[in-house]
Design a protein around this ligand. Sequence first.
Ligand code: HEM
Length: 367
Amino acid sequence: MIPCYICCDLPIFLVYRYKRNKVYQFLTAMFGQVAFAAPPEVYNEQRPILHSPFKHEKMVNYIKVMQFEIQQWLDSLGEQGEFELTAAMNSLVQNVAAHALMGKAFRDQMGREFWDLYLVLGASLDPLMPPNLPLPKFMRRDRAKEKLRTMLRPILTERHLHPENYDDFLQDFVNARYKDGRPMEDETIISLILALMFAGHETTSGQVSWTIIQLLQNPIYLALVKQELAECLPYGTPIDVRALGDLPHVAWAVDETTRMHPSADVLIRQAEEDIEVGDYRIPQGWVVFVTAGTAQRLPEWFAGPDGYDPLRFAPGREEDRQHRFAIIGFGGGVHKCAGMNFVNLYPFTSSPLRPGSRFLGIPAQRG
Ligand code: HEM
């Protein structure tokens, strides 16, 4: 039995003081020893390459991909009807991720098969059971993992032959070199891509869905967002990095949903030494679950923490600035989410809500 310790005061202290690769062995079983699931020496070597596709200048391209995919989805909606928001967002985010990480051809040709195998991987997630037990879900995981890797190998061969034809995450990894000049091995690149798809897609679709749901549930704040979009980003104007940087009400809505419904709600660490926090002692070796959902509702930092109030982030209040780790929905410290810039939830939130878009009235409440 793994001892677990949960307490609402802890997240502030534990975000980056403790190693985590040991407790993320269930991720190593899914992807191999890469990124956040690798031992520190491997992680340190890979980190510059892992973070390289997320540089600010790359955002320009990614925003174009997002806009293309979001518009294509909006255009497919027809004149009227209803749909299940989370399923629609999941599929939209998968299209964006496949397109941006692996290129448009991959998104068109392999996308569905790829994501179906991913569902099998996701269903095997289990932070407690030893990941090599002969359980049916772990056997299904291993079969799916092998199929995914087999799908990606010929794509890598093509990327080595014609690097000039591509400009996406995968090509960044193929072109990248370690500090000593070695290229990254193909199997490591495959593991990285699989890990990134995992880190990025359900988290993003969950958070986008919650952001839109909370806006629809709060018509007064929604009116402020719509007014801002009508003035700064009217329907038909292109959504680019500059325009997105100037939408404070949208930004606060995104922040408030990150606070109230963080989609990565648990970070796992292992205490490497005994530590005392307040009245509690965490013995060395214990596994610690850091719960963002609890930490971000602490009344010490957030007024009326269970209420939806995006203006808590506005100048004059800025409740999130009172403590470096008041908001940990994207982690903190050295392992803070690499994809934060890429995620950029603003296009997902702004595009459908712009006056003139055919999206989203609020459905009548059903009994
Ligand atoms: C709303 C969407 C997302 C949320 C809420 C989120 C949340 C997080 C959190 C909490 C961590 C830290 C985990 C820990 O310390 O144990 C993290 C790390 C990471 N995320 Fe995200 N993430 C999101 C989207 C993405 C996307 C789209 C990508 C890439 C395409 C991505 C790539 C990563 C990577 C590579 C790390 C590990 C960074 C490192 O260890 O150096 N994330 N994310």
